[in-house]
Design a protein around this ligand. Structure first.
Ligand code: NAD
Length: 341
């Protein structure tokens, strides 16, 4: 199938091209994000392939449908960036990659937590400057700490397992589905408020849905344990960033590790080192010594990129052959309990 592939970086092109040897699609790579101004590039393409920050709202989908697009292939698990109702009305099918390497994200989550708590970026910056002093680098043992995992699906489940069995933490969990295998290893499910009140570290792994939007806000921060560390490798809009800044200023929040940010579409995946960043909340976040931010890189392993490419191209082949689409995203998924991932 002819596919207009948007938001492509060199690594996307490399892995998609390698995987395409087995499929033979006609892939045309475009570097820009897909939006109303770049949509004409997709004219006449039956399929577009996009990533997490391509916002496929109704006006964009309408334009795509008018120029012949019938398939949107997401190179990601989350589908909060697509207006699924509009897509269904316009006869556009949406497919995704439900799971590629949950290990990639889970391992990065633990890496981010350790890097923040053990001050590793700060230590490395000092050592490069021949400053071997240790003041200001005191961390905490993870052993014996209470971790709160919000969302114990594929990724949250692995993080829970790693922290419970690998580090000897007490793990509390909040999810509408209890995973018996996690209960068996001692993970304790309970209400969100109890998790917040008891957890030294809270790690977010639920999808972004209308219910979870700004799950971390001034009210939930007020209910949390003073000095708690917050980790988010899921979706930026799970957190109200202004409330987070207030929590950091007051000391109620003891540290924050983020791989995602609500307004990341204006920032992430681009080199903005010569630009003036206009997002004051983001810039304020970066000034705290106890905040560590990465630019949505948790998925970025060789294994995950290969799996994303393979599944994306298989999804497109299935659509072309008229097969039942295994990884189709239905509009109803937006309100279903296990909605986006
Ligand atoms: P998953 O579907 O396997 O698990 C999500 C879990 O969250 C499920 O168990 C679900 O029941 C639970 N959940 C849903 N609503 C909830 C709520 N209101 N409160 C608590 N729990 C709730 O998904 P996954 O593969 O583990 O992915 C988790 C998240 O990670 C997704 O949101 C995805 O967008 C994000 N993600 C980020 C990256 C990255 O590079 N940073 C990469 C992949 C996925």
């Amino acid at each position: 199938m002819r596919v207009a592939v948007f938001s492509t970086k060199p690594y996307d092109r490399q892995y998609l091209t390698e995987a395409n040897a087995a499929f033979g699609h006609d892939l045309v790579f475009f570097e820009p994000r897909l939006d109303l101004s770049t949509a004409p590039l997709a004219d006449g393409f039956p399929a577009v392939c996009v990533f997490v920050n391509d916002k496929l709202d109704r006006p964009l989908l309408t334009q795509l449908a008018a120029s012949g697009t019938r398939l949107v292939a997401l190179r990601c698990a989350g589908f909060n960036n697509v207006d699924l109702h509009a897509a269904a009305e316009l006869g556009i099918e949406v497919v995704r990659v439900p799971a590629y390497s949950p290990h990639a994200v889970a391992e990065f989550t633990v890496a981010l937590l350790l890097a923040l708590d053990r001050r590793i970026p700060r230590a490395w910056a000092r050592v490069r400057d021949n400053n071997f002093a240790l003041d200001g680098l005191i961390g905490n043992d993870l052993y014996g700490k209470t971790i709160g995992i919000v969302g114990t699906g594929r990724i949250g489940g692995l993080v829970a397992r790693c922290l419970r069995l690998g580090f000897g933490c007490r793990v509390l969990a909040f999810d509408q589905w209890q995973d018996p295998a996690l209960v068996e290893i001692g993970v304790e499910y309970g209400p969100l408020d109890e998790l917040l009140a008891a957890a030294d570290i809270v790690s977010l792994h639920c999808p972004l849905t209308p219910t979870t939007h700004h799950l971390v806000n001034a009210t939930t921060i007020a209910r949390a344990k003073p000095g708690f560390i917050l980790v988010n490798t899921s979706r930026g809009a799970l957190i109200n960033a202004e409330a987070l800044v207030d929590g950091l200023k007051s000391g109620k929040v003891g540290g924050v590790a983020l791989d995602v940010y609500e307004q990341e579409a204006d920032l992430f995946f681009e080199d903005l080192s010569n630009e003036i960043i206009q997002d004051d909340v983001f810039q304020r976040l970066l000034t705290f010594p106890n905040v560590l931010v990465t630019g949505h890189q948790a998925f970025l392993t060789a294994e995950a990129l290969a799996a994303i490419s393979e599944t994306t191209l298989r999804n497109i082949a299935a659509a072309e052959d008229g097969h039942v689409l295994e990884n189709v995203v239905m509009a109803e998924a937006v309100s279903a309990p296990r909605a986006s991932s």
